[in-house]
Design a protein around this ligand. Structure first.
Ligand code: ADP
Length: 490
């Protein structure tokens, strides 16, 4: 198959969050399976140009309709670690993508609506006719609408679209001006509630609703989250639209990059190990303790690695730290928050526990330390309030570190409680609690600490169960191929 990815991010050249990893990881997997994949991105000034090879102009002048005039674009081509990338550079006074950062501007909806239209115009003009156009998040959600309403009538009637919602919180909200700008006249038609009309704002259109209505299939990033978005408030107002289009909506778990996260070859850890011999993992624990000035001795080491965002259950993370210490365990935290209130709180905890040799708080972002923590810790806690997919628990499992998670979103799809799961014993790989309160967290943590202390042989079996799971792109890659095949033959 010939697949075009349309996205606002792709790792490592333009990365803000998990979306970037998915666009790269899925593209790589699809190519390894023999498909042809091309990725179209905006040409941001702030991209990692050192991660693009052979960057050169491939289409000098692409006129893209915008309002009642055209914006001339140049399209560049280059390799993103082996993947084929096209980068659209508009030449206009708005300077859509030359602003020093990827996001955070008042005309965000216009920027990405323009990019989406430009990408389709590029496909049209260059005669590219992919079997599937896969769009990601609100930024490129309008592609399905444009394809059906405009490009279908210009020779692109066979293209199919798949849309993935990585984050329901951001849906792309705009007024009539943006609709008109990209060539969708008839605002009264699009503003209808059963089309693009936003549920909360009658004078706005909702890009993501557009994808739900027009895309041949829509996914989100885990099966459990797909259910939550339909049946709880996690759909952020899209519950009804998801119900109406339920026959072409589903959850596909994200994969983990097994090259980057591999304890056998990881350049950031001093002692390599694998499922056949995990003994060196415990040398990493000592290395981690050395690095963070933690006391050596017989105690489990529990960690939290991740953003300190309310979504992640910051009050529970804080509680996990104190509860671990109370239970004689050690605790390491690596994370930061853009919110000063949350950051200040954790700085306060850090100062308060300054002399404690059983815990360390590293407030900031440190990729290398994260690898050593996953390798050296015995357990990680992930007490999220909501979690569309979550990578932390999958990385932990890969590194033989037992996850203690709240049963929400992708966490519920990947971690199975040692004591209460209905799965066979050898498939149980961690600890799970349900309510977002101290009792739930404590009960899961005390069971984990108890097993580590009293039944080390059984704890090791739990570790081995986790390490045997395959959360690479292998399965999700096949799932997406199945979806593409399904929509292609409809
Ligand atoms: P989200 O995408 O909501 O932030 P995920 O669990 O999907 O959460 O992915 C988080 C990724 O970012 C993981 O790879 C995690 O190790 C990494 N990460 C988060 N915070 C930090 C940090 N402070 N330092 C290093 N890595 C971090």
């Amino acid at each position: 198959m010939y697949i075009v990815m349309l996205a606002s991010e792709c790792a490592p050249v333009a990365k803000v969050g998990g979306l970037a990893d998915v666009v790269y990881g899925l593209s790589r997997e699809l190519e390894m399976r023999g498909n042809a994949v091309e990725i179209i991105l905006p040409k941001y000034d702030c991209m990692r140009y050192d991660q693009i090879w052979d960057l050169q102009v491939t289409y000098q002048d692409l006129p893209v309709p915008w309002h009642d005039y055209v914006i001339h674009c140049t399209v560049w081509f280059g390799f993103i670690h082996g993947r084929k990338g096209f980068f659209i550079e508009p030449h206009s006074p708005e300077n859509f993508f030359n602003r020093g950062s990827f996001y955070g501007f008042l005309d965000e909806a216009s920027r990405f609506a323009f990019f989406t239209r430009a990408a389709l115009e590029f496909l049209l003009k260059t005669g590219k006719r992919p079997d599937v156009i896969h769009t990601h998040d609100w930024q490129t959600a309008l592609a399905s609408v444009l394809l059906y309403e405009i490009y279908n009538h210009h020779g692109m009637e066979h293209q199919r679209t798949c849309h993935t919602i990585h984050n329901f919180k951001h849906q792309g909200i705009a007024g009539t001006d943006v609709l008109g700008a990209i060539g969708l006249a008839r605002p009264e038609y699009y503003f209808a509630q059963d089309r693009l009309g936003d549920n909360f704002n009658p004078t706005a259109i909702n890009f993501t609703k557009g994808a739900l209505l027009y895309a041949n299939f829509t996914t989100t990033v885990s099966p459990r989250h797909a259910w939550e978005t339909r049946h709880t408030d996690q759909g952020h107002g899209l519950g009804h639209a998801l119900y109406v289009h339920r026959h072409r909506f589903g959850g596909v778990l994200n994969g983990l990059d097994y090259d980057m996260w591999n304890p056998e070859t990881d350049p950031h850890i001093p002692h390599h190990y694998h499922a056949g011999n995990i003994q060196p993992k415990y040398d990493n624990k000592e290395a981690l303790r050395d690095r963070l000035w933690l006391r050596k001795g017989f105690s489990p080491l529990i960690a939290y690695v991740g953003r300190l965002d309310t979504q992640k259950g910051v009050h529970l993370i804080r509680h996990a730290l104190f509860y671990a210490l109370q239970q004689g365990a050690q605790f390491v935290l690596l994370g930061s928050s853009p919110e000063t209130g949350i950051n200040d709180d954790f700085w306060h905890v850090k100062h308060h526990l300054n002399d404690n040799h059983d815990c360390h708080l590293e407030i900031g972002y440190d990729e290398e330390l994260a690898h050593l923590i996953y390798a050296g810790a015995d357990m990680v806690v992930v007490p999220s309030l909501f979690e569309p997919c979550g990578l932390t628990q999958m990385i932990a499992l890969r590194y033989g570190t037992v996850p203690i998670v709240r049963a929400v979103g992708g966490l519920a799809d990947t971690v199975f409680d040692r004591d209460y799961s209905s799965r066979p014993v050898e498939q149980r790989n961690g600890y799970v609690f349900h309510e977002a309160d101290f009792e739930g967290l404590e009960s899961a943590m005390s069971r984990a600490i108890g097993l580590w202390n009293d039944y080390p042989g059984e704890f090791r079996e739990l570790v081995m169960n986790g390490i045997r799971y395959d959360y690479s792109w292998n399965h999700p890659g096949q799932n997406y191929v199945n979806i593409y095949e399904y929509i292609r033959h409809k």
